[in-house]
Unconditional design. Structure first.
Lengths: 384, 127
């Protein structure tokens, strides 16, 4: 994506749809539409301004068509790349490219899921892999558990260190009124919870909630005429390393390494420049892997790095400030909600969980089983 | 029109039916290829040769699945000595006693019914 120009586009509107457990009978397109309306209100634009439309969900095969029909618009540009939870980070880059080419000017990126209401089995089509399915891995959890086993073996990472990730996420969630989890969590509480796929207990695993939302992307020029402080897209990088966990080249190194490098290069920034880090924490090992691969600590040192509350609200590095997929909300493809939180942090809208002097926010989306990695670096006007 | 390629999965399963763990070898890349496919992911060559593994390998990663009902069981990634990796499970040892680095040997598992056979592994010393 060398063709993308630093700061040429911005995320100007963000909004969650209803989250957690939504009203009975709501569809994923209802949630996308609700998110779209709220995100447009957030920046003072309206549906008639929208000429680019992107969406992804596990529950609608042709979701962007359904959404365009629902909204009553016929956008000049459509995108519906679906690579799991990181799809929306890809959408931002694709929207940015389309805007630069003049293919559209105001793009809405939307997501919806009702996996909690209708049950995970109904929400996701089961795919048979003849080389994996016979062994009955509990997917996706077992894939990440295999990665964790390898990290523990090579670097001595412990279950307590994994649990520290969940505890930090919970501490942030307690500062976020929109978070699903409302009670404190301890390391002992994580370790003694129901085992799902060793080394993960249910507290090492993301929530299963409903949810969704939308963001609005436009050119930097247009963004400056809108009402809220602008979050410019400074950097993007992506990497796809495999689809099934049996084919991941090295279970301790993710595509976040390549994605991050590309994003930092485009942004002309380095890890110490980042004020808020929003990582896709589908499982506790994700946060450790991504902190390493994105350069916040060395490979193998992620376990020690997250100890002692370092990534919690009183710590040295603000990570997953909304409470993450572990404690705030995880509708199945969480990547859109990372972008929403990053923009709010840059605007200073986060109340009790606000990161002080937040000028640069990094979001990192993960899709599949550590398969599709995408990093977006956002910055305020001051970073241009 | 006649089919031009055999199903790689079909060939793999036919080998398993005969008690053999088969994999492909890319002559162009000089490397094994697994899972079986119609072209080499390293070179794009469609010259893939079927070979039969000696069935010895090492546990690369391991987990124990705790289902809501029923006994916990092992799921592992095995690095076969020929240089390819596959998902499987290690039997004849408690699921939580499967260790990374453990040497294991292929054994055919026949689940019965309509399900095709699949490869499991047992510790070399127990074989």
């Amino acid at each position: 994506m060398d063709g993308l120009k630093r700061g040429s586009a911005a995320i100007v509107g963000v909004a969650e749809s209803d989250l957690g457990q939504v009203a009975d009978g709501l569809s994923v397109i209802d949630l996308m539409a609700q998110g779209t309306k709220r995100a447009l209100n957030d920046c003072g634009l309206s549906l008639k301004d929208v000429d680019g439309l992107f969406s992804a969900t596990a529950q609608s095969r042709l979701s962007v068509l359904a959404l365009a029909e629902y909204l009553g618009i016929s956008p000049a540009f459509l995108g519906s790349t679906i690579v799991g939870g990181s799809s929306f980070e890809y959408h931002v880059a694709h929207a940015m490219g389309a805007i630069a080419l003049g293919l559209c000017n105001v793009a809405v990126i939307a997501y919806g899921s009702t996996q909690r209401s209708i049950g995970r089995k109904q929400a996701t089509v089961r795919e048979i892999n003849p080389y994996e399915t016979p062994f009955k891995p509990f997917m996706p959890t077992s894939a990440y558990a295999l990665a964790a086993s390898r990290h523990m073996h090579e670097f001595g990472t412990t279950r307590e260190q994994l649990a520290a990730v969940a505890v930090a996420a919970r501490e942030w969630a307690l500062l976020n009124p929109a978070a699903w989890e409302k009670k404190p969590l301890t390391i002992e509480g994580v370790l003694s919870s129901r085992m799902v796929s060793y080394p993960f207990t249910v507290r090492d695993c993301c929530l299963v909630t409903d949810g969704g939302g939308a963001i609005v992307v436009t050119s930097a020029q247009r963004a400056r005429s809108l009402k809220k402080p602008t979050a410019y897209v400074l950097g993007f990088g992506q990497s796809v390393t495999h689809a099934s966990i049996s084919n991941m080249p090295d279970l301790t190194v993710t595509g976040a390494l390549a994605a991050g490098k590309a994003a930092y290069k485009m942004a002309k920034l380095d890890p110490p420049d980042v004020d808020a880090v929003e990582l896709y924490d589908a499982f506790t090992i994700n946060t450790i892997l991504f902190l390493e691969d994105l350069g916040f600590c060395k490979k193998g040192e992620g376990g020690a790095f997250v100890e002692g509350g370092r990534i919690g609200p009183s710590g040295q590095l603000a990570v997953n400030t909304n409470g993450g997929g572990l404690s705030y909300c995880h509708p199945g493809m969480y990547g859109l909600l990372l972008l929403i939180e990053a923009v709010r942090q840059l605007r200073g809208e986060c109340g009790a969980r606000q990161v002080r002097d937040c000028e640069v926010a990094l979001t990192h989306g993960n899709g599949g089983v550590l398969s599709s990695q995408a990093t977006i670096i956002l910055g305020t006007e001051a970073t241009l | 029109m006649q089919a031009e390629v055999q199903s790689p999965l079909r060939v793999y399963l036919d080998h398993l039916e005969r008690g053999e763990l088969a994999y492909q070898f890319s002559l162009a890349a000089g490397r094994p290829v697994f899972f079986p496919r119609v072209l080499c992911p390293f070179t794009g060559s469609d010259q893939l040769e079927w070979r039969v593994s000696a069935g010895i390998g090492t546990v690369y990663a391991t987990t124990v699945v705790h289902p809501p009902e029923g006994a916990p069981y092992n799921v592992a990634l095995i690095d076969c000595d020929e240089g390819f990796r596959m998902m499987s499970r290690v039997e004849e040892v408690a699921p939580d006693k499967v260790r990374i680095g453990m040497r294991v040997r292929f054994r055919l598992h026949r689940p019965g019914g309509d399900e095709p056979p699949y490869p499991v592994f047992v510790p070399v010393e127990a074989a």
